[in-house]
Design a protein around this ligand. Structure first.
Ligand code: 6GU
Length: 219
């Protein structure tokens, strides 16, 4: 999978992708992640990526032209374009699963009050079969889409076949169930013991215990 990320803060991405699952996926050449500075797609001497909104509302808006130029510079027939914005479709595990099956994802990290609305219109006219998707990671406001993008990239990467050694830990199955409470050595910590059934060696009972004690998404 190829992932292209456009941001005005490329340095925010310097280390998050260098650890754990994403590091492994990169070293196995299962994913390739490129982080691009949106300012490199400006045409003016000041490398201006934002401006005041028409109509006088507050804050700044990301300009359309640098984003259009940026997206076109990496666009492929198979790419899905995703705009990170608090007004987008609420992200969840099934959307992570869906995106993990793509071969090329292009993320645009929104900033400030928003992104010029014409970006969406023009991209959708230019590539009508691959409608630009807007995604939010939760009903709260971040100053930009960067941290949202990092969360999404991590959640997608771990679902790509071959990335995790133990596919069971990809988990969060179709029922939306999470792991049961887990314990490791020692069997007693400050007087508190592991539930007896888990140390009994009785696998049928253990499986039963695990399935009745699975945690759930809280929503
Ligand atoms: Cl994707 N962007 C911003 N700016 N805020 C958010 C978000 C995205 N998701 C939740 N809050």
């Amino acid at each position: 999978m190829q992932i292209d990320i456009f941001t005005i803060f490329p340095k925010m991405f310097e280390s998050p992708f260098d650890w754990g699952t994403i590091r492994i996926a990169k070293s196995k050449k299962i994913v390739s992640i490129n982080v691009w500075d949106l300012r490199n797609f400006t045409n003016d001497i000041h490398r201006k990526v934002d401006d005041y909104p028409y109509g006088g509302s507050s804050g700044m808006v990301l300009k359309a032209e640098p984003i259009l130029k940026a997206v076109r510079s990496v666009m492929t027939p198979d790419a899905r374009v995703v705009l990170l914005t608090p007004a987008g479709k609420l992200y969840n595990q099934s959307l992570a699963q869906e995106l993990s099956e793509e071969s090329h994802l292009i993320f645009i990290c929104g900033r400030y009050q928003g992104v010029d609305e014409r970006v969406k219109d023009i991209i959708n006219m230019e590539y009508p079969d691959k409608t630009m998707m807007e995604i939010s990671i939760g009903n709260y406001v971040l100053s930009g889409g960067e941290l949202a993008c990092m969360s999404i990239v991590e959640s997608i990467t771990r679902l790509i076949p071959g990335v995790l050694k133990n596919p069971e830990s990809m988990f969060a199955d179709s029922l939306g169930e999470l792991d049961p409470p887990l314990y490791t050595k020692p069997a007693e910590v400050e007087g508190v013991k592991v539930p007896e059934i888990l140390t009994s060696g009785h696998h049928t009972k253990i499986n039963q215990w695990n399935s009745t004690n699975r945690k759930q998404w809280t929503h």
